[in-house]
Design a protein around this ligand. Structure first.
Ligand code: LLP
Length: 378
């Protein structure tokens, strides 16, 4: 539904909807993205491998990231991806020399850091001055001009991504206006900006009362900024991750113990920060629902995991129905950056992934075993 909502907004322009694999790269999700006509936004050689394995065409793949290695650049040049979103002088020089060795011209967009505060968590804010990402907007023209002599580079576009879980269009619009203004200057300087990549970042509703714009209305607002005759001829790329898969996933866990100390309640679950690190890392709020009919009595409790860290929690001070051993809980909105950021910390095999669709379910990733923990040990 979310992919289709994006496409409704995009339909009036040349576009590529590049699903950001980092949010959730399970092959069944990638197959869905491919069947809906999506391309991919990748951030590593591993994601390139996964996108191609899922049948996503290289001609619809864009590659951002501040630390692309020579090996990863070779891999992407060989595959013939649509575009590198370059983040530094040293990187564009590497791409130039590697493309030259293959006798190819690599297409690039320059990732511009527009210096806009996305008003989201500081760890997922990327577009403020002095962030590690992109080229500061104040240096942009100079960067394009000095890249012009690079023989194996085709400068074809511009890219910007200002952060994630952004719930109002205002920061997007202000970044887009700065980008639009820059595009005008670049074209006056003789560059042809065919691709305008506006990144990802649209937020989702984690809690009641939050009202992020729909993908369709978000895209329309962006197109409102790019509305001149020249703009109509460009190709627009969006790179959504969270807004595609976030609300579609839940982490299901069972309660192992109910513990009460000094009047404080803990529900200890068999899932924790190694399965869903967002609460620990970003103080993120995820709604917790009992899977079966809740008991009438409620308590205020911390929902914690089994990991040996005080920071291992799924929810703090949450009013919840009383729960007992073996009760199942669903931690909502875990479809994006849930499994993708999971680990085997404390030597806990990672969870299974189940795809539910049209009332049917299918196991799309096996639960890991102890043998998996030792798979690469020598
Ligand atoms: N494009 C680029 C260049 C990105 O860096 C990202 C996300 C996206 C697109 C997709 O953004 P989205 O539509 O999903 O917001 N782990 C954090 C989020 C990190 C986002 C990193 N970059 C979290 O769980 O909140």
């Amino acid at each position: 539904e979310q992919m289709r909502d994006y496409k409704k907004g995009l339909a009036s322009r040349n576009h590529i909807l590049c699903y950001a694999l980092k949010a959730n790269s399970n092959p069944s999700i990638l197959a869905l993205a491919r069947s809906e006509g999506c391309g991919a936004d990748i951030t590593s050689g591993g994601e390139l491998h996964e996108a191609l394995a899922a049948g996503i065409s290289a001609s619809k793949i864009v590659y951002a990231g501040v630390g692309k290695t020579d090996g990863e650049i070779r891999q992407a040049v060989k595959a013939g991806i649509l575009m590198f979103n370059v983040e530094s002088r040293a990187e564009i020089e590497s791409i130039n020399s590697i493309a030259g060795r293959f006798g190819k011209k690599a297409r690039v967009a320059v990732r511009i850091n527009p210096d806009v505060d996305a008003k989201t968590h500081k760890k997922i804010t990327t577009g403020t001055a002095r962030a590690k990402f992109g080229i500061p907007i104040s240096d942009a023209i100079e960067f394009y001009l000095s890249s012009r002599p690079l023989k194996n580079i085709e400068i074809a576009g511009i890219h910007s991504h200002i952060g994630s879980q952004i719930v109002s269009v205002a920061p997007f619009v202000s970044a887009a206006k700065k980008i639009k203004n820059l595009v005008g200057k670049l074209e006056s300087a003789g560059f042809k900006i065919k691709y305008v990549d506006l990144g990802g970042g649209l937020g989702i509703r984690y809690r009641r009362g939050e009202n992020p714009p729909s993908p369709e209305s978000f895209v329309r607002e962006m197109f409102g900024v790019f509305s001149s005759e020249r703009d109509l001829a460009r190709t627009y790329i969006f790179e959504p991750g969270r807004s595609i898969v976030g609300v579609a996933g839940a982490l299901v866990a069972s309660v192992v113990y109910h513990k009460e100390v000094l009047g404080k309640h803990f529900f200890i679950a068999d899932a924790g920060m190694s399965d869903l690190i967002r609460p620990t890392l970003y103080d993120a709020y995820h709604e917790i629902l009992p899977v079966k009919k809740p008991r009438a009595k409620t308590v205020t409790a911390d929902v914690v995991g089994p990991i040996c860290e005080t920071g291992d929690f799924l929810a703090l001070s949450r009013k919840l129905p009383l729960m007992k051993k073996n009760d199942l809980i669903a931690v909502m909105c875990a479809g994006a950056y849930g499994f993708a950021m999971s680990s085997r910390y404390n030597s806990r095999p990672r969870a299974a992934e189940i795809l539910v669709s049209d009332g049917k379910f299918k196991i799309v990733r096996k639960r890991e075993t102890y043998a998996d923990l030792a798979m690469t040990d020598l």
